[in-house]
Design a binder for this molecule. Structure first.
Ligand SMILES: [Zn+2]
Ligand SMILES: [Zn+2]
Length: 328
């Protein structure tokens, strides 16, 4: 679902990226937190440099959620294998009071063991709650905090991140642990995998894309995205497409809670308070349709299913395209 770092980034791409960033190029990456790329005595954010270099190589814009940074990441390897030096940020503290996403200035990535500890405790509490048995959340956080040397607050917040994953999967979360959205894609993916492992299930469709859409929906000022004229193919169990979350977010916002086919309000509100609509591609991606706003419409689930399976689907599609001006 995410782009990842393309192979083939060369030193020249990285040097050009540094030049552009130094000249004030706009990009979607935040300031660096734990590490800097050191070049000619100046410091640069490593992820942003690799993101811009990837764009120079492929012509496609890369976002922070397309890949991870940090020690041992491909991002850092690309820089190091091209002869660049990465150094810890000056004054960066390696201890973190809050989860990394909350307190990025003192980031220390959670290890998989820590996340597994949190996920297993969450699953246990979730089962106890389902059986109507009582438990004290504070005691559980306390023992996790003692085991891993992080604060109780950090674990409590992490539990709310796990609620967020359950919420994205359309499943029940533990009462009192309201879903907290700000968890990075790296940890989101790990939490999702840990839940699947612990429950002995196959990995469901990734929540990372859905989370990326939500993040874009939460961005107040967003220009209409260009989208992807020929979205890249990716093979999982079935062939699906690397869709652009910005296109989904933009179309949902444009629809403003009303189905663009029947004009009825979205049939229900999601847990996060936003109206539930589904984004449909008029010309299917598998038929070569582009993942752009001029090929995507926000539909209520009834219209959407009918658009795919209904007897009148052709008629509905014609009605939709003649009604919505941006659709081609
Ligand atoms: Zn509808
Ligand atoms: Zn559809």
């Amino acid at each position: 679902m995410v782009k990842g770092i393309p192979d083939g980034i060369k030193r020249t791409h990285i040097l050009e990226a540094i030049t552009q960033i130094a000249a004030g190029k706009q990009h979607n990456f935040a300031k660096s937190t734990g590490f800097d790329l050191l070049h000619d005595g100046k410091r640069y954010p490593p992820k942003a440099v690799v993101g811009v270099a990837a764009e120079l190589l492929t012509g496609q814009e890369h976002d922070p959620y397309d890949f991870t940074g940090g020690l041992k990441s491909k991002c850092f390897k690309v820089l190091e294998s091209n002869g660049f030096e990465i150094v810890p940020k000056e004054g960066a503290s390696l201890e973190s009071e809050l989860p990394d996403e909350v307190n990025p200035s003192s980031r220390k990535d959670w290890s998989e063991d820590e996340l597994r500890g949190a996920v297993n405790a969450y699953i246990k509490m979730r089962e106890l709650e389902a059986r109507g048995e009582s438990f004290t959340k504070k005691d559980i956080y306390n023992s996790l905090a003692r085991e891993f040397g992080r604060s109780v607050k950090a674990f409590e917040y992490r539990m709310q991140n796990i609620s967020h994953v359950y919420s994205l999967q359309g499943r029940r979360w533990i009462s009192g642990l309201r879903p907290a959205k700000n968890v990075g894609p790296r940890n989101l993916r790990i939490i999702e995998q840990l839940i699947a492992d612990a429950e002995g299930q196959q990995l469901p469709e990734s929540v990372v894309f859905e989370a990326a859409v939500q993040r874009k929906l939460d961005t107040p000022d967003m220009d209409e995205p260009l989208g992807l004229e020929s979205p890249e193919r990716t093979t999982q169990e079935v062939t699906s497409f690397k869709r652009d979350p910005k296109v989904v977010a933009w179309v949902l916002r444009e629809a403003n809670g009303l189905c663009e086919c029947c004009d009825n309000p979205s049939p229900f509100t999601k847990e996060d308070g936003t109206p539930y609509l589904e984004v449909h591609h008029v010309q299917r991606l598998c038929d070569g349709g582009p993942d752009t706003t001029s090929n995507a419409a926000a539909l209520c689930p009834n219209c959407h299913r009918e658009m795919h399976y209904g007897k009148r689907k052709q008629e509905l599609a014609t009605k939709l395209t003649s009604k919505i001006a941006r659709l081609k």
